[in-house]
Structures are given as C-alpha cells and as structure tokens.
Design a protein around this ligand. Structure first.
Ligand code: 4LC
Length: 592
C-alpha cells in the first residue's frame, strides 16, 4: 500500500521526525492528481479512533473521535476544521484577500465533507466511526480526495544499543504495531568520515550489502557512527512510514578472542531433526555486576568497563547467537535487559523469550525457545515461597516444615522462582517437553534451604509432567548453587535424600531440619560434572546443570567448556573476553 512513500514524512511521529536526516525517502510536496492518504488507527482496546491527514493548505490534522460516534458528527468536525485551516491560510495570503472571493470569507469556506466506501457508496452518517472508516474508503474534503488507510504498519520504537563493537552484532530494538520486525525492511548506513574530523558528519554511506535486521560492523568502521532506517511491514506487502535512528557514538574496537569463539566452532548450525540444543547460563545481572561490593570484592580483577552493561551485552548477544540453540535457559536476567535488549536480539535469531521475575527483585529467569522448531503450550511459573505457603501440592512439605519454624521462615523470605514451560515440537506434535529453569538460594551454607526449594520445584514439575501432561519428558536447567557433593545434587540425581543427610544441618543446629525426600524422575546431568561452571577470584565450583529425563532423552554432544587457560587469561570471570562469572552449559539432546 505504501509503495509510494511520498507523503510519509508528514505522517511520521515526532520522535521519528526529530531523528530523521536529509537522506529520508523522497520529498513531501504533494503531486497534483495523486490521492492523499488519511491514516486511521482503530483498535478494540481503545475507546477512540485516531484520524490523520494533511489539508490542501499543508496543515496536518490529527483528530481523536469516539469509535461509537456517528460518522456524520466526525465529518462535520472535519469540515469546520478544514474551514478554519482554510480561513487561516486565506488571512495570511494578501494576494488571496486582494483577489476577494470565497477564500477571504471564513464562514463561506466550509467544504463538503463525505466518506465513500471502497465500492463508491456514500457511507451513512449514522454509521459508527469504527465501522465507517474502512481500509480503501475515500474521504472527500471539498475537491480533495483521501484514501483511507486503516491500521497501516507503524513503528512505535526503534533503538540502537549505546555501545557498538567491531565484530559484534548490532541488534536494534524494533517495536511495531500492525507490523512485525521480521517483515520490516532495514538499511544500514555509516558515516562517510568521523564526525570529529574536519568536514566530517552529515554524509551517510550505505554500510551493508544485504539489508538485514542485525548488522555486524567490521574493523573498517571503527570510529564511525551508524544509522539504521527501518520501514515497517506486515508480511502482506503492506508498508508504513520509515523511521531512522543514529547511534549515539561510533563503532569501537572489539576485544580480541573471546572465551566462546572456540565453542562456536561446534555450534555454527542449528541442530537437525529429532535433536534439541539446550543452553543453561547465569548471565550475571547488571544489578549485581556494578555494585561497589562487586567492583571491589567479588571482581576486583575485572576492568571496570567490562562490567558495564552495554559492553557485556555485546559479548552476550554474540555468544548466545553463536550457539544456535533451540532452548536457552538464563538466570540473573534484569527485567530491563530482557525487555530492551535480550528478547529483541534473540528474536532476530529466531528465539521467542519468556520471562519470570523474582519476588521483590529486579532480575529473574528467562527461557527462550526456537520458534520454527517449538511452540508454547502452557506456562507454570511459581515463586517457591508462595507455593509453599498456599499450594495444595505442598501440603505434606508444609506440615513437615511447620516443625522447623526458623527454616520455614527463611524459605519464605527467599525470592527464588521456578519457570516452567511446556513446549511442543513443530514437526512432530506428539513430542512435547517440559522445560524448567531455576536459580536456587546462593549462600554457601544454604544447603538446607536449597533442599526445600528443590523439593518444591520437583513436586511442582511432577504435577505438570505426571498429572497435566502424563509422561512428558523434562529438561531442568539452572543455577542450582549446589556442587556435585551437595545434598541437592545427590537428591536430584538419585531420586531421594535421607532424613539424616548432613546438608539438613548445613547452617548449624539453629537451622536444623530433617526430612526424607523423594521424586519420581530419572534425571542425569547432561553436561556431567565439570570442574567449575562459576569461576570468580574467591571461589570456583560446579553449580549449574542441565538435568534431563534419562527415559526419553539422550545426550548426543556436550560442547566443551572453555579451557582453564582461556578462563584464567584475565585471572577470573567476568573479564573483557567473557561477560559473566558463570560459563554457559551447552548440549545437544536427542529424543530416544
Ligand atoms: C555470590 C553472588 C549472591 C555461589 N556463591 C558462593 N558465595 C557467593 C557469594 C556471592 C555468589 C556466591 O554473586 N551473589 C548475593 O546476591 C548477588 C549474587 C547473586 O548470585 C549479589 C548481590 C550484591 C552484590 C553482588 C552479588 C559460594 C561459595 N561456595 C559455595 C558453595 C555452594 C554454593 C554457593 C557457594 C554449594 N554447594
């Protein structure tokens, strides 16, 4: 519909207009005889519809009318509006006044305003606005003709990251209505020469041969800013007005080799039929990375710029994109990181994201799944404290824990959550999986609390995988904050834990609690028990796992972890070449 973007600038939002530059698409002058456009936005969730058009005198009109209002009233309003506009224009023009005639007389300038349907019938004045303003209808204002475009594709947000690194993908945030990012058109530009240089700034050169949503600047672009032009599309050859955004700063040099470069050699392609690649990764929340405690005590060896969110995001997006995974379970995901960068970035790589925030916190869990391989059947997220307090599933645990009020209280104080998503294979709908993701309490002496948390998690998963979807296989990812020698690990792995296990007194007699636990699953750590998955200055250990259902799934390949040399090149993690204090676990799984 918007094949000619001739009138687009007049219909752009203020934000777009402000960031637009001279290289925008075409002029804004009207072509005699060509039909103007009236853009109508009408959605059921809003009581009013909006109407936008440009009068012959060049003034842009933006009206809000009740959807229920009869068309006649809206048309009358347009007529008086047009008359006012006309009168103003006439007043300004001495020539027009000198010539006399109708234009000089505001009262006489009220034009005939009518709306005709696509097949040329006049639309009745009693028809409500919502029904009257259909796509393809024609609005007459005096001699002028406007084609009605109802709900055309439009961008609501277009953003570039603050930090751009050569060799790292730049993933814009694209939000649109009546359009989808995958159907939008993209063009990338770079400055001709650095803005700071004499004669620099202003001139833009196309930077990418292939016009794609994600652009990876080469080393040759270091020092130059980027500009993106996006035209919103709906996948049905319908396009809306383009918008442009310029990067705030220039492309900077990237770090040399990263810890994930070697791993990417194993994961260049999405894995084939009957296989799933799963990733579990604690990505280190920004809310923790940049505290005084983190900078001075936890990660004093890490260059401060490498702890900054914008820098880490570059590494993280490249790392995750390069794994070509089907399932990505993340922990310590800041709410804003999920919404503003991770979900938009991974969306561009074919992954759909789900987020579960912790209680009273700004970070939580994210599960991403490959859209063309899997679809979402249902979600079953819980907060451990809330489930323990009130879910009938945990009645027995609740009663047992009542004998240990100190421990009970501590479990109820924790903010940890469990994210559970039931997914279905696109190629074989009989194949369903239950993907669970969690981050257990972190304290080294918190083994007893983690046992209670994992008991709640496994009872909940049992309800889903045994009652709701009988015998569906499970994949349980997370930062369990539990080493292979812990009670929690042995409970998950063996299916039970004895009442007298030492972890029931992990924090001393004060916090003792003893109970036997069991679960019905046959679970195996798909990536085994690596020497460490968390490597900071003061501690390293294996705390993260991908547990899989032994009955239904087998491990086809475990992607090797970075070598000890790679991990310790900059002392410990995080570092300039690794964005988190944890290491991603990656494995290829096969349905049995
Ligand atoms: C953090 C930490 C916790 C895993 N771990 C052990 N000690 C730790 C101390 C700190 C992790 C530790 O980085 N966080 C506090 O909240 C966060 C962050 C969340 O994950 C934070 C807030 C503010 C500032 C910085 C961070 C630890 C050492 N040995 C262990 C053995 C087991 C489990 C944990 C540990 C076992 N089994």
């Amino acid at each position: 519909m918007w094949r000619s973007l001739r009138a687009a600038p007049a219909l752009r939002g203020p934000a777009a207009a402000a960031s637009s530059s001279s290289s925008g698409g075409g002029g804004s002058g009207s072509v005699p005889g060509a039909m103007e456009r009236a853009v109508v936005r009408c959605v059921p969730s809003e009581p009013k519809l909006s109407l936008q058009f440009v009068l012959p005198d060049g003034s842009a009109k933006h009206m809000q009318r009740d959807q229920e209002e009869p068309l006649g009233r809206a048309l009358a309003r347009i007529a008086t509006n047009a008359a006012k506009g006309h009168a103003k224009a006439a007043k300004k023009s001495k020539k027009a006044r000198a010539e006399g005639g109708a234009a000089a007389e505001p009262a006489a300038a009220v034009p005939a305003v009518r709306l005709f349907s696509r097949d040329g019938e006049a639309v009745g004045e009693e028809v409500p606005n919502a029904a009257a303003w259909q796509d393809g209808a024609v609005l007459h204002i005096g001699e002028a003709r406007y084609r009605v475009e109802r709900n055309p594709p439009a961008l609501t947000e277009l953003r570039l990251p603050r930090s751009l690194l050569a060799g790292f993908p730049v993933c814009p945030k694209v939000s649109a209505e009546f359009a989808a990012p995958q159907h939008c058109l993209f063009r990338w530009f770079r400055e001709q020469r650095p803005a700071a240089e004499a004669g620099g700034g202003g001139a833009w050169v196309e930077a990418a041969a292939a016009a794609e949503r994600v652009f990876t600047p080469s080393n040759a672009l270091v020092g130059l800013r980027l500009k993106l032009r996006c035209t919103p599309g709906d996948g049905a050859q319908r396009y809306g007005p383009p918008r442009e955004v310029e990067s705030s700063g220039p492309v900077e040099a990237g770090p040399g080799a990263c810890t994930f470069d070697a791993r990417h050699l194993y994961t260049g392609k999405v894995c084939g039929g009957g296989r799933l690649r799963a990733v579990s990764y604690n990505i280190l929340a920004d809310v923790y990375a940049q505290t005084e405690f983190s900078r001075t005590v936890l990660y004093p060896y890490c260059a401060p710029y490498a702890l900054e969110l914008d820098y880490r995001q570059n590494l993280l997006q490249k790392e995750l994109a390069g794994y070509s995974a089907d399932l990505v379970c993340l922990q310590e995901v800041d709410k804003s990181v999920f919404a503003d960068s991770l979900a938009p970035a991974l969306d561009a790589f074919g992954l759909e994201g789900l987020f579960k925030i912790k209680e009273k916190q700004h970070e939580g869990l994210a599960t991403f799944y490959r859209r063309d391989k899997l679809s979402l059947l249902s979600r079953h997220d819980i907060a451990f404290s809330e489930a323990l307090l009130s879910d009938a599933l945990h009645e027995e645990l609740r009663e047992r824990l009542a004998a240990y009020p100190v421990v009970q209280e501590k479990v109820l104080q924790r903010s940890s959550v469990l994210q559970v998503s039931v997914l279905q294979s696109a190629t074989d709908p009989s194949r369903k999986i239950c993907v669970a993701n969690t981050h257990l309490y972190w304290h080294p002496k918190g083994g007893n609390i983690r046992l209670i948390q994992i008991a709640i998690a496994l009872s909940h998963i049992k309800h889903i995988a045994c009652d709701l979807y009988p015998s569906i296989p499970i994949i349980f990812c997370g930062d369990f904050n539990s080493t292979p020698s812990s009670g929690t690990y042995s409970f998950i792995n063996s299916g039970s834990i004895a009442e007298d296990h030492e972890d029931w007194v992990s924090n001393g007699e004060e916090e003792r609690c003893n109970m036997p636990l069991s679960h019905p699953f046959k679970l195996q750590s798909a990536c085994g028990e690596p020497a460490y998955t968390n490597y900071v200055g003061g501690f390293h250990g294996c705390l993260d796992y991908i547990f899989i259902d032994k009955n239904a799934l087998e491990v086809e390949q475990v992607i090797p972890l970075p070598s000890h040399e790679e991990v310790t090149t900059h002392q410990a993690l995080p570092s300039v070449s690794h964005p988190s204090d944890h290491i991603a676990l990656i494995c290829d799984l096969k349905w049995k």
